[in-house]
Design a protein around this ligand. Structure first.
Ligand SMILES: [Zn+2]
Ligand SMILES: [Zn+2]
Length: 143
């Protein structure tokens, strides 16, 4: 099972917060992660520990960074989200509506289902908001 399918929405938010907060010089401190998500430090720590156990984040002296696998998982998430947005866009939802609708399914859909949707939609390169859709990473080279 892919890491993405095991993540909760909160754990995903924590990954995004780590990516947004960490710089090349220093990892993301717990307090910044908690503040950016408007949750308490103990509950941020709980989500952080879960994604660390999945090998998506590494912590050193209290500062967190995404692992290579964590970066890949976020790219994968953006692909799922934006492919789902394209689908809902094709079904007639407005760009304002597609993002919310996509969040209802983006974590739940499997890689294979996303690939089939991508095929059916003619491999869109951008979502309805014009954001680039990352190429499939998990199955690269698989044909
Ligand atoms: Zn969106
Ligand atoms: Zn979008």
């Amino acid at each position: 099972m892919e890491a993405l399918e095991r993540l909760t929405r909160r754990q995903l938010d924590v990954l995004r917060a780590v990516q947004a907060t960490a710089t090349s010089e220093r990892g993301a401190p717990l307090n910044s992660i908690a503040m950016s998500l408007s949750i308490s430090a103990p509950s941020a720590l709980q989500h952080l520990t879960a994604v660390e156990e999945l090998g998506l984040v590494s912590r050193y002296r209290g500062k967190s960074r995404l692992s290579a696998r964590g970066e890949l998982t976020l790219a994968e998430y953006r692909r799922h989200h934006r492919i789902a947005e394209s689908l809902f866009g094709n079904l007639g939802l407005s760009p304002r509506e597609v993002c919310r609708a996509a969040q209802e399914v983006d974590l739940a859909l499997s890689h294979l289902t996303i690939e089939r949707l991508c095929d059916a939609e003619g491999h869109p390169s951008v979502c309805p908001h014009g954001e680039p859709i990352p190429p499939c990473s998990g199955r690269r080279g698989a044909g």
